[in-house]
Design a protein around this ligand. Structure first.
Ligand SMILES: *Cc1c(COP(=O)(O)O)cnc(C)c1O
Length: 384
């Protein structure tokens, strides 16, 4: 048997994700201009930076002055370190005891929610002869992680008393920061404000208070405190349709394919799984070699793609590897022409929010949902 070629030696498959590094860089610059200078930002790069490539985004964030990276598991932290990222890494969520010994080695800051965990980390830190930085999360209404706001002060005091731990941050997370109705966010902010006041009065100092994800950063300036945690914003996608916009910010990710087949259907011919489409008249059909196995929504006669800057409606139910479109309005479409599944083509565009509508989900899931079987290709084309 001959040795199989490396993936990178193969011609690129007819479906891919494009990351425009010029746009990404520009988005970071626009955020730096938008935010107050003293406000620090932590770059949230969990889940491959929402599918954009964790090192690619983390490097740019580091260059833009990010104070730390935010991830949710040790593998992601390891990936950052092997990719040469130097800034501290904040771990969201709970950390198991058997994971804690890696904090020091990897420069990972755990979020501590339990005194027993603080005690354990304090003991092993003592053995290493180091003071380990930790952050604490206040539960103010997300109901997920953290110590309830009305029980927090005592907890903070207790953690503060450990000689080999240093509290570097206290934070909470909004359940609803990017919608018009900010009343619950304000309630959470009030709870966090009480905690902040009592912690400051108790003499725990030199730490960052932070609450904001992108939605909070954009719309609730009074919640900025010392640091914000930005995930989706530098990628150029708005967390919701109603939040504040920063001029010039654009999506860095596009998803493209090539038209694998162009064929004629006769009146009454069927197309796709489940007999969900029958040609009402003779028509031209296109086959796109990307389906729900690539992260495209499982749609039925809903949605469209762009070919030559025009919308080609999806017909029938799509498959794991293929999606069918109506080419009637695009007579110039030929085999291997470029197809845009998400992004701009000429004056037309399909946004993550459009796809979220067809997929009945949110833009976040659309972005992190593009599977790794679609290769990530960097472009720096500023005309897009
Ligand atoms: C994912 C996450 C963020 C980032 O949210 P965006 O809306 O993408 O900016 C911030 N904080 C925490 C705790 C998160 O889990």
């Amino acid at each position: 048997m001959t040795k199989s070629p490396a993936n990178t030696e193969l011609p690129r498959r007819s479906g891919w994700v494009e990351i425009n590094t010029e746009i990404l860089r520009n988005n970071f610059q626009l955020i730096l201009k938008d935010k107050p200078e003293s406000l620090k930002f932590l770059s949230v790069v969990k889940d491959e930076a929402y599918g954009h490539g964790v090192i690619r985004v983390a490097k740019m964030a580091e260059q833009a002055g990010a104070c730390a990276m935010g991830v949710t598991n040790l593998e992601e932290a390891c990936q950052l370190r092997s990719g040469g990222i130097r800034v501290p890494i904040l771990m969201f969520g709970e950390m198991r005891r058997d994971e804690m010994p890696y904090c020091h080695e990897l420069g990972v800051i755990p979020t501590i929610h339990r005194i027993e965990d603080a005690e354990y980390l304090n003991t092993i830190s003592g053995k290493w002869g180091v003071v380990s930085p930790v952050e604490l999360e206040v539960e103010t209404g997300m109901g997920r992680y953290g110590v309830r706001w009305d029980e927090f002060e005592q907890f903070a005091q207790h953690v503060h008393s450990f000689k080999n731990l240093k509290i570097g941050g206290i934070y909470t997370h909004f359940a609803m920061s990017d919608e018009l109705d900010k009343s619950f966010a304000r309630e959470q902010l009030k709870r966090f404000g009480m905690v902040r006041k009592s912690v400051m009065e108790s003499g725990i100092t030199k730490l960052d208070f932070h609450t904001c994800n992108t939605g909070g950063y954009l719309d609730i300036p009074e919640a900025h405190f010392d640091r914000v945690r930005l995930g989706i914003l530098p990628l150029g996608v708005w967390p919701s349709k109603v939040c504040r916009r920063i001029d010039g910010i654009k999506p860095a990710m596009s998803v493209r394919a090539r038209l694998a087949t162009v064929r004629e259907l006769k009146q009454g011919d069927n197309a796709g799984y489940g007999l969900r489409f029958r040609a009402p008249k003779a028509m031209k059909l296109g086959v796109i070699p990307v389906g729900y196995g690539d992260g495209y929504p499982r749609v039925r006669n809903e949605g469209h793609v762009l070919i030559h800057g025009k919308a080609a409606p999806i017909i029938g139910g799509n498959a794991m590897d293929t999606t069918l479109v109506n080419l009637d309005g695009i007579p110039e479409a030929h085999q291997w022409d470029r197809v845009t599944l998400m992004g701009e083509d000429g004056d037309a565009s399909i946004t993550a929010h459009d796809l979220a509508g067809w997929k009945k989900t949110v833009s976040y899931e659309v972005m992190s949902g593009w599977r790794s079987r679609l290769p990530r290709i960097e472009t720096a084309d500023s005309s897009q």
